[in-house]
Design a protein around this ligand. Structure first.
Ligand code: SAJ
Length: 406
C-alpha cells in the first residue's frame, strides 16, 4: 500500500494515477474538510480528465487524515517560500516526515515530491531522521522525485512527461522507478538526491530566464515602435531560436519562486538569474506604464474607467498565487488602487476591491479593458470587448491591430 501525503494539485492526481493502475493507495491530508469532500467524490481541482481519472481510480483509493502504517510514502505537501528572505520554508515538509516516522515500517521509503531548494534534504530532512534514531539506508530510504506537471494539463503530463528520481542507492532508485512507471510512459532517469533537487529548480529557472528575455524584447520594441510579436515570429523560424512569449509578468508558485532559491544560496554567482527575476517582476509596472500612456492618448483621467480582465496567474486555471494582476494592484498607489476594476471568470471569492463577479456589469462600468490573462472565456467572447479601448498584454488576439499591445 502507498500512502500519499498532501492531496493538493500534485498529490491528488498522482494518488489517483497510482490507484488507476492497480496499486492500493491511501491519500492523507490534515485538512478534514478536504478529506470529507474527496470522500464525497468532490475533487476540488478543475483539471481536464480528472473526473474520468477518479472514476478509474476510486476502487483502489481511500482518503483519510491519518498517516498509514506502511512501507512506501509519497510526500506532496506545500513548500511555501518566505517572501522576506526568499528562502524555502520547510515546516510542512518536516512535519509530514515526522508524522511518517511515527508510523512507518522498518525499511520504509519516503519519496519527497514537493519542490525544495537544492540541499534541503541534507540540511533539514536527514538530520531530522537521524535525530529520531533512524539509520538512513537501513531503517529509512530517502528519495526525491520532483514533479514536472503543468497546471492546466496535469492529467496528460503525468503520463507523458519524463521524470527524475534521486536516491541514495541505485537499488532503491530503480524500485521507485518501477513504481512510477506504472503510469509514467516516458523516460525515468535515476540519479542522486542532490542532482534531482538541483535539476528541478534549474528547469523552472531556465523558463524564467527565457521569459525575461522575451519581456525585455517587448520593452525594447515598445520603446522604439517595433512589433515584438512579428519579430519573435520571424526569429523563431531560425532552426535554433525559440523565443517565448512576453506577458504582463510571471506568476504561479513555481517559476516566480524557485530561481530565488539559487539567488539566495549563490548570490555572487547568479547575476543573470537575478536580473531575469527582477525583469519579470517589473512587468506589471510596465503594464501600468502602458495603461497611463493609453489613458493620455485617449484623454481619459478617471482610473475607475479601467478594468483588468484576469486575476489568475495564467489562463484557464483558478490559481491566483503571485499573479501579475495582483502584483499590479499591490504596486498601485492607494489613490489608483481604489478605482481600478477587476474581473476573472475563474475566481469566485472576492480578493481585491472593485472585483466584479459578473462580466456584463464589469464591462458596463469601464472604457479601457486590460487583458491580463488569455482565458478561453475571453477568446470566446471577444465581441464583448471589441467596442472598448483594449490593451492586450498577452497578444491573445494576434490579428486584431486595433488593440494596444505591451
Ligand atoms: N509565461 C509567460 N510567457 C511564456 C510562458 C509563461 O509570460 O512564454 C508566464 C505565465 O503566464 C505564468 C508564468 O509564466 O504567469 C508561469 O507559467 P507556466 O505555464 O510557464 O508554468 P507553471 O508555473 O504553470 O508550471 C511550471 C512548469 N515548469 C516548466 O515549464 C519548466 C511545470 O512543468 C512545473 O511542474 C511547475 O512549474 C512546477 O510545479 O514547478
Amino acid at each position: 500500500m502507498i500512502n500519499v501525503i498532501g492531496l493538493g494539485y500534485i498529490g491528488l492526481p498522482t494518488a489517483l494515477m497510482l490507484a488507476k493502475f492497480g496499486l492500493e493507495v491511501v491519500g492523507t491530508d490534515r485538512d478534514i474538510d478536504k478529506i470529507n469532500s474527496l470522500m464525497d467524490g468532490n475533487l476540488l481541482i478543475d483539471e481536464e480528465g480528472i473526473i474520468e481519472l477518479y472514476e478509474d481510480a476510486k476502487q483502489n483509493i481511500k482518503f483519510t487524515s491519518e498517516y498509514q502504517h506502511t512501507h512506501t510514502y509519497i510526500v506532496t505537501v506545500p513548500t511555501p517560500y518566505q517572501k522576506k528572505n526568499k528562502k524555502l520554508d520547510p515546516e510542512f515538509l518536516l512535519s509530514a516526515v515526522e508524522s511518517v516516522l511515527d508510523v512507518c515500517d522498518k525499511g520504509a521509503t519516503i519519496i519527497i515530491e514537493s519542490t525544495i531548494s537544492p540541499g534541503t534534504i541534507d540540511k533539514h530532512v536527514r538530520p531530522l531522521i537521524r535525530d529520531r534514531g533512524f539509520i538512513i539506508g537501513e531503517d529509512i530510504h530517502l528519495v526525491h522525485a520532483p514533479e514536472r506537471i503543468i497546471p492546466g494539463n496535469m492529467v496528460k503530463e503525468l503520463t507523458l512527461n519524463s521524470r527524475t528520481i534521486g536516491a541514495d542507492c541505485k537499488e532503491i532508485g530503480e524500485k521507485v522507478k518501477g513504481l512510477y512507471s506504472s503510469f509514467c510512459k516516458s523516460d525515468i532517469v535515476v540519479t542522486d538526491i542532490r542532482t534531482a533537487e538541483m535539476t528541478k529548480v534549474v528547469e523552472n529557472t531556465y523558463r524564467d530566464v527565457n521569459i525575461a528575455f522575451a519581456n525585455e524584447l517587448a520593452q525594447i520594441c515598445h520603446s522604439d515602435n517595433m512589433d515584438v510579436y512579428e519579430i519573435i515570429k520571424i526569429a523563431n523560424k531560425h532552426p535554433r531560436v525559440n523565443i517565448l512569449n512576453p506577458g504582463p509578468g510571471v506568476g504561479g508558485h513555481c517559476i516566480s519562486v524557485d530561481p530565488w532559491f539559487l539567488v539566495g544560496d549563490y548570490p555572487e554567482l547568479t547575476n543573470l538569474i537575478k536580473v531575469a527575476r527582477v525583469t519579470n517582476d517589473f512587468m506589471p509596472n510596465h503594464v501600468l506604464k502602458r495603461i497611463k500612456q493609453i489613458m493620455n492618448e485617449h484623454n481619459l483621467r478617471d482610473i475607475s474607467k479601467i478594468g483588468l480582465y484576469g486575476l489568475t496567474y495564467k489562463e484557464d486555471v483558478n490559481d491566483t498565487r503571485e499573479s501579475p494582476t495582483l502584483q499590479l494592484i499591490n504596486n498601485l498607489e492607494d489613490n489608483l488602487a481604489f478605482g481600478i476594476k477587476v474581473f476573472d471568470p475563474y475566481v469566485k471569492e472576492e480578493l481585491v476591491d472593485n472585483q466584479y463577479m459578473d462580466f456584463d456589469a464589469f464591462l458596463q462600468d469601464i472604457e479601457i479593458v486590460v487583458l491580463m490573462v488569455g482565458h478561453q472565456h475571453i477568446k470566446n467572447n471577444e465581441s464583448y470587448v471589441e467596442n472598448k479601448i483594449v490593451l492586450d498584454t498577452k497578444n491573445i488576439f494576434e490579428n486584431n491591430k486595433n488593440y494596444h499591445k505591451l
